[in-house]
Design a protein around this ligand. Structure first.
Ligand SMILES: [Zn+2]
Length: 274
């Protein structure tokens, strides 16, 4: 696998107000490739001073990824979901006690769903490298470009997470620090060069975690990915703590998202696991 730096042209637009005045012919479609059981305590950081009492309760939540349909540029994947090895094995063929367990109905794997919809992604943008977001790569084409935030590859533990990147020809790292901040969100990358699809640096859940913003004609959509698991994170203004690399940074990223959503209440927000 070649690791390359993604050289992104800086967009001339310097504010979200300006960006939203220039919407693009782009829509998204959500795919669910399985479910995962998580505890509400951990979905909400119980150590946060405002957390109050959080019920000890198992939540079965969807494992989601998205297809971006761009009228002129084609189709792009945001995360890869799960491949079909999870239909019969909750660990998806990954050995060891540390492997995470996911559940999948037959034909919910990403390849089946993309093929039945005749979707051929031109590139895959990864929010981060946790297995529920990348296991599907095992059954996706390897000769299309893959993109990830800088910091993810150095944190990636194949013994726990499986070598889901095996065979990928080229992965591009996005170095957000090279780009401009568009506040209140901070560092953002104009992925397709026309202001239609943005990666937003939201570290904390993992080192190079990205959220995404789709600037479509029918209104903009903010995909938190795992910066925010469920709507309760937004309602309580408290970030998750489970599966989280740096809880303080995760809270900081959530605070920036909340500020953005307060400034632009018309934006639709979709959480990572709800
Ligand atoms: Zn994750």
């Amino acid at each position: 696998m070649k690791i390359k730096q993604f050289h992104i042209k800086k967009n001339q637009m310097k504010s979200w107000t300006e960006i939203f005045k220039n919407p693009c012919p782009v829509t998204i479609e959500t795919f669910v490739t399985g479910t995962v059981d998580i505890n509400r305590r951990g979905t909400i950081n119980t150590e946060h001073p405002d957390a109050g009492y959080i019920k000890d309760e198992i939540l079965t939540v969807p494992i989601k990824n998205y297809v971006v349909h761009h009228n002129e540029l084609g189709e792009f994947l945001l995360d890869a979901g799960l491949d079909k090895l999870y239909t019969d094995d909750p660990k998806g063929g990954i050995n060891g006690d540390l492997a995470d367990e996911f559940y999948q109905n037959r034909n919910d794997n990403i390849k089946f769903q993309l093929e039945s919809r005749k979707i051929k992604p031109r590139a895959v943008y990864l929010s981060h490298l946790h297995p529920d977001h990348i296991a599907g790569i095992r059954e996706l084409p390897k000769n299309i470009p893959y993109f990830v935030g800088k910091g993810e590859l150095e944190q990636y533990q194949t013994e726990k997470e499986g070598d889901f990147l095996d065979g990928v020809e080229t992965i591009y790292e996005i170095d957000f620090l090279e780009l401009d901040e568009i506040n209140p969100l901070g560092y953002c990358a104009d992925l397709l060069g026309d202001g239609s699809l943005w990666a937003v640096s939201t570290p904390g859940h993992s080192m190079g975690h990205c959220s995404y913003l789709i600037n479509g004609m029918d209104g903009s959509i903010f995909l938190t990915m795992d910066a925010c698991f469920i709507m309760d994170n937004l309602r309580l203004k408290i970030a998750p703590s489970d599966y989280t690399w740096d809880v303080g940074m995760a809270q900081n990223s959530l605070d920036r998202i909340l500020k953005f959503l307060e400034a632009f209440p018309e934006i639709k927000v979709i959480c990572g696991h709800e």
